[in-house]
Design a protein. Structure first.
Length: 185
């Protein structure tokens, strides 16, 4: 049987996996303590469910996330899921390359069974000056494959119905070189 302390640690690890699921995140963040503040905590040991509600703030090193509700669970096979909601859920983290990754959406879900992080509802992720916006952004933390989809008015702009928006900046330091590379990650 998992005790409260162990279950909260499982929750925290799930939070870090999903919120900091970018390949370029600061490597030192994983060795930092996890700090969670919320108005209320409920732990259901029988069903392996932890729920934080009310002004939830999760931090670890440079990683910072805000939500109205954050819940984590673990199934009988040990797979973990996290579900965060807010108006919006926001997160940010410094990357080893010096850029900052920031994101927001109304709902954030992550599951260790399929390594999928999904940000939905007015979703946007910005790394450095590069930006992706849509109604649903998906990132596979194992394959490092991103996808973006949009429904009614792309979740962000009322003038671009059903379309995603991607803004990519030329690589810095390319000078007059016509072979500049554009990187999203």
């Amino acid at each position: 049987m998992i005790n409260n302390s162990q279950y909260i640690k499982i929750f925290c690890l799930s939070c870090c996996l999903c919120v900091a699921g970018t390949a370029n995140a600061l490597k030192t963040d994983a060795s930092q303590p996890i700090h969670i503040d919320a108005d209320h905590l409920t732990v259901d040991q029988k069903n392996m469910l932890t729920v934080f509600t009310g002004n939830v703030v999760i931090s670890q090193g440079s990683m910072l996330a805000h939500a109205s509700l954050a819940q984590a669970s673990q199934d009988k096979d040990g797979y973990k899921t996290i579900h965060m909601t807010g108006s919006p859920v926001t997160f940010s983290q410094l990357n080893d390359d010096g850029d900052k990754t920031e994101g927001q959406g109304n709902v954030f879900d992550y599951n260790t069974k399929n390594n999928l992080a999904v940000l939905t509802g007015r979703a946007r992720v910005k790394k450095g000056d590069n930006l992706v916006m849509g109604d649903k952004l998906t990132y596979n933390t194992q394959t490092q494959i991103y996808s973006a989809n949009s429904n009614n008015a792309n979740g962000v702009s009322t003038t671009k119905s059903g379309r995603v928006t991607v803004i990519l900046q030329p690589q810095k330091g390319s000078g007059n070189d016509s072979k500049s590379t554009i990187k999203l990650q």
